[in-house]
Ligand binder design. Structure first.
Ligand SMILES: CC(C)(COP(=O)(O)OP(=O)(O)OC[C@H]1O[C@@H](n2cnc3c(N)ncnc32)[C@H](O)[C@@H]1OP(=O)(O)O)[C@@H](O)C(=O)NCCC(=O)NCCS
Length: 189
């Protein structure tokens, strides 16, 4: 059996420098997928990055990183996903979704492994996992659809360009809602 090429783990405040590097990469790669500009993120100082990293290290949120474990690039961060628990919501919200271009696609397994981890955590905190995706994020919308998310019909202007839309998608996390028994976190594959 081939050894895993990457691991997925929770991030902590101590990871602030790696979180910063990957955040700047994702904001430059797909600006419309996020709610801040690369210039704003680049201007944040170490204490700001530490505060940001600490926010998702506590009990009310989670941030996961996919980190290469083999080869010359061992230690490189190649993907991240996070989730928060909005006040009054029925479940968690998926945010900060990114996989580096060379590690996208179901074959590498990075995006699926990250989402598996988020779904496992979200299932402990509610019955549904929701997200907002930019209208032009075609690959992301296909990925979410493959993983069992459906558009709810709710839309809102994209805050950084209100002429564009963000679409809400949701995935039920309980077996009875998903149409049959399955293992929690096992996704729809
Ligand atoms: C969103 C993301 C994590 C999905 O991971 P992934 O590994 O690419 O996911 P998959 O390969 O399973 O799915 C991508 C789908 O889009 C398709 N796709 C890839 N690039 C595409 C493009 N430029 N245009 C249209 N479809 C595209 C793939 O063929 C695949 O569709 P299929 O399963 O029907 O063949 C990754 O694409 C990414 O990081 N994108 C940039 C950031 C982003 O958009 N984040 C989302 C914020 S809501």
């Amino acid at each position: 059996m081939t050894a895993a090429l990457f691991e997925v783990r929770r991030t902590t405040e101590q990871d602030w420098a790696e979180i910063r590097a990957l955040r700047l990469e994702m904001l430059a790669d797909t600006p419309h997928a996020y709610l801040e500009t690369v210039a704003d993120a680049a201007a944040r100082d170490e204490s700001g990055w530490r505060r940001r990293a600490a926010r998702t290290a506590g009990p009310g949120a989670i941030s996961l990183a996919a980190i290469l474990t083999d080869g010359a690039e061992a230690g490189r961060w190649v993907g991240t996903m996070a989730a928060i628990l909005p006040v009054g919501a029925a479940g968690a919200r998926l945010v900060g979704v990114y996989v580096s271009p060379g590690w996208r696609g179901a074959t590498s397994g990075v995006s699926d492994a990250l989402l598996d981890g988020i779904e496992e955590w979200a299932g402990l905190h509610g019955d549904v996992l929701t997200l907002e995706v930019h209208q032009d994020s075609t690959a992301a919308r296909r990925f979410y659809k493959r993983r069992g998310f459906e558009e709810t019909g709710a839309v809102q202007p994209y805050p950084l360009n209100p002429k564009q839309l963000e679409l809400e998608m949701a995935k039920p996390l309980r077996a009875e809602q998903a149409g049959g028994p399955r293992l929690l976190g096992g996704g729809s594959r």
